[in-house]
Design a protein around this ligand. Sequence first.
Ligand code: MOS
Length: 746
Amino acid sequence: MTTESGKIREQDVRGQHTGMQKPRIDGTLKLTGGADYAVDRNLPNQTYGYPVTSTIARGRLKSLELDEALAMPGVLDIFHHDNFDSLSRSPNSFAEQNLTSEPRLPFEDNEIAYHGQYIAFVVADTFNHARAAAMKVTANYERDDGAITDIKALDSGEGELPGEVQEGDASSRGDPDSTLEAASVKLDQRYSIAQECHAVMEMHASLANWEGDALTIYESSQGVVFQRNALSKIFAMPPEKVTVISHFIGSGFGSKLFMWPHAIMTAVASRRLGRPVKTMLPRSQEFTATGYRPTSLQRVRLGADDSGKLLSIHHDGCNESSPTGKHDDTVSGSTPKMYACDHVAVTNRLVTVNKCPPCPMRAPGEASGSFALETALDELAVQLDMDPLELRKKNFAETDPADGLPWSSNHLIECWDSAAKRFGWDKRQSTPGAMRDGDELIGYGMATQSWEAMRLSSSARVGFRADGSLLVACGTQDIGTGTYTIVAQTASELTGIPIEMIDVQLGDSSLPTGPLSGGSFATATVLPAVAAAVKEALGQLTELATAEGAPFAGVETDTIGLENGELVSGHRRLAVTELLAHNRLGLVDAEASAGPGDEQGQYSFRSFGAVFVEVRWDPEISRLRLARVVSTIDIGRAINPLTARNQVEGGIVMGLGMGLFEQAEFDHSGYPYNANLADYILPVNADIPEIDVELLDYPDYRLNEFGARGVGEIGLTGVAAAISNAVYNATGKRIRDMPISIEKML
Ligand code: MOS
């Protein structure tokens, strides 16, 4: 077996199943078209929905002209403010698991808050009929001039950032102001990152179907339980009457965590028409109606002594948000935990702009915040004439500097050293432009990577079947990261039943409640629940096996374990299939839950890594490219190093996008003019160099019995900073506004 980066190291192969390179068990289904993505599913008598969107960014909708559209072939109905159902807003609570992305309901009022806002919803007998009719709907607006889409224009460039500090979004320790004042070495710089689109492969899609008073909705979702709960509040129905199904997802990156309005419109239309309705958003609406990583402005001030010891850190952040839904990206949120420093102050502000609500996008906050902090550290290293890696090592935090707690496990120093060695950092010349290869200037840059390691609560069900197979079910979902595979690996390891005999069921809200696929917490959350359910089921099997006259009668129950699909006690063995047959049972199943415990107050759980990059700038032809990446990451135990490495590689590619390419753009009227994959520039294969990912293997058993901390987001952090630091090393140009598009190099 080979991986994308072509390397397998000895250390990757451990355990029987977990910790083992294992291709996705759903890979064949996906490659052969057998995977039922939401949009692939069709129901009898199905109809198609297509949204009509606002063409102004701010103002009021006065009226719609619908006659022509209603007369188009196949049109069944058009829904809008004057004829839409009355609904209730979801309470929109993360804790109650009913958060939505845009709290305002579709067509709730006639205020236009952004270009691309839904103003009507056409339903027809075919997709093409619905789309053609949607194009014929015209709207009369009362336009407000003064739509705001550019927060950079609101920034004076000095002093405080624009916007309002949100409640709970300012924290400090020590006396950062006077410490900075007195420091012998100081830095005060501003940074910005352009708005990024999630650019998911599979567009957002819903297929809604009512049977009596019960709603089933097939959705491309990172959170079937959240969506089920939100729909149940919005339609005032008991949660048991709503089922959300998301068996396969063609990526989400955060844009599918919390339901968007298209799903609500689809469900209402289906109820009204008494027929299934399918909606798949066109690519353009992926840019205007399903969230994005908000544009951020940041200011970082550092105070240090002459040896490079950090004395103070100020990190102020600001992100754009929407009139119809707040999203606080907290770009400075992790800064207090990154380096040993006694005097630290961080804030985050929001500025309301005329766009749809932003939302989490892979490594939300940290991807943006690490760009500013890790670039500022590089600038400080230049001021100090110090190696940027040495500067970071000098400020390594032995314990969590924000709360004083010990790290559960921290191997950042090894990440720095190992990545530096693999990369050849010792060959770096610190003078900009000193490294050349023919026409190309070469630059090296590095940054620290980090992501909080969270664990939430989850339930799971495990069932031993008479045919020897094992059912494992959890109401989480696999967004393409490999959740099906690691659940199967884990269940196989716990029971000794071969992976091929494990039937993993995910992506259905009627299964035992599982977590969002987000925050890099699904692995650490779900696997312990699977283990608890196996234990519970083993208890039932034990009871059957030790009953009077049964094969294990008289055996001490706590000596009985599971191996190879058999109950084992000492030298005695009993196949589970035999036990089920003996009892004429088709299935023995159990449900159990597991969640975080006391460890949460005792340790600080965080993953760290280091990324080193080489860039090459050819001034003759104005070509800037990323030539090499090395990343060493400590995520505790990688349950499946193959899929884990894929996650880091994918994160690095998104970091490349942030660093060199991605920016969603709007004109002065708020019109999104590159809302398509031709004009919104993303890294493609030709832009992506070899990515050397090394996963350290230090299981973090304080977080869970599998030692796994999760891996979805960390790969993206630090990458844009490493690129911009390398560009400085190559050219002496310090670019503080991402992406580094070519015109900034001229
Ligand atoms: Mo991730 S932004 O939690 O999908």
